[in-house]
Write a protein that binds this ligand. Sequence first.
Ligand code: PEP
Ligand code: CO
Length: 455
Amino acid sequence: MALTEDTWSPASWRSCPALHQPQWPVEAAADAVRGTLASMPPLVFAGEARGLQESLAAVADGRAFLLQAGDCAESFHDFSAISIREKLKIILQMAAVLTYGSMLPVVKLGRIAGQFAKPRSSPTEVVNGVELPSFRGHMVNGDEPTAEARGFDPDRMLQAYHQSASTLNLLRAFTKGGFADLTKVHLWNQEFVGSSPEGRRYQAIASEIARALRFMAACGIDLEGERSLHEVDVWTSHEGLLLDYEQGLTRRDSLTGRWYDCSAHMLWIGDRTRQLDGAHVAFFAGVNNPIGVKLGPTATEADVAGLCEALNPNRLPGRLTVIARMGAGRVEELLPPLIRAARQGEHPVVWVCDPMHGNAFRTASGYKTRRFEDIMGEIQGFFSACLGEGAWPGGVHLEFTGEHVTECLGGSQEVLEDHLDHNYATLCDPRLNARQSLDLAFRVAELMRTAEANR
Ligand code: PEP
Ligand code: CO
């Protein structure tokens, strides 16, 4: 059945199988929370979602690059102006490196202000000999390993909403109120990064940018009046996993009469919930935000054709982003047929590489980690797979943090296995630290330059 504006409603997903949804202890309590969410102000506006879709259309067309990054899972405990500012700094810093290196616009999209629900490979885990429900993200339960904390509580959706609202408020203030001004490019370098080789390399670029600005001013260009030098757009995104929350925040746009999920500018469907007859595809087929879908190694050409048709039947450029997470050793073999399947259906797709989720493993001491070299290896494989098929390698999707954590191995300041316990702070998957992120940006900028030169 075609999901048209007439047959679709924010609740119609309920007639489809919905994976990874918590069984709330009292359904009526979850219904009440959804009602409350539906009465709250939207977090983003439809017009903004359309603005992001326009920027993503430029990526689909090979005229821009997407940097999507943030925490694996945001935390109710780590909620402060400093932590938001540090994440924003890394995004701005990486974007400056990518833009300067490639001379292409970089679309900046946080995994932020809503990334609070996680799919888990097992519904339970054993901690100190006791079997507990798995942690599902702070929107659903607590991370502490007690039966009480791990119980599902729908009121957490309201807390997630409020934390997202405050996070967005600060992001808007920082990005429109002077912090993201290009004349501040030096200040985005973190103190502990500044003296490292990556930090010095960044300072060199920052100085070049400052010189270019002075050059333009000397030529008589009115830099004061040029909005794009003083403000940036940093858009928000999260995995649209918990459909009670997404439904509650879905609104009809007064301007166009169309439905938008106003919890974030962009939402993506995870690799575990992308079934064609499932609730997530049914839900996101009907909202008009830009949508992403993650594809892991089990994805087939038929999956790609079906997802493109279900989520972007009108073939709007920028509407659909496919985020491949195949693993470093497999991307060059697995991605090309999927690119061809989309092309055969004449579907415009933004192709993005998630080099994180296909490369995780557990160390002997029990830490879940990823190697920096595997992460870079998957990005390299992704670039060659796309370029080999004549497709634009449109972006990267990363898990990182502004702090100096020790969660991923390697990088120029070699994090070794026995360093992992120094500062392993993630609630879920291991993240790149600030130096690893900057290092990665320099290497991706080089890949982009080569890609540009070979087009
Ligand atoms: C994630 O992005 O944290 C995630 C769970 O990814 P995937 O759906 O690719 O497994
Ligand atoms: Co993750």
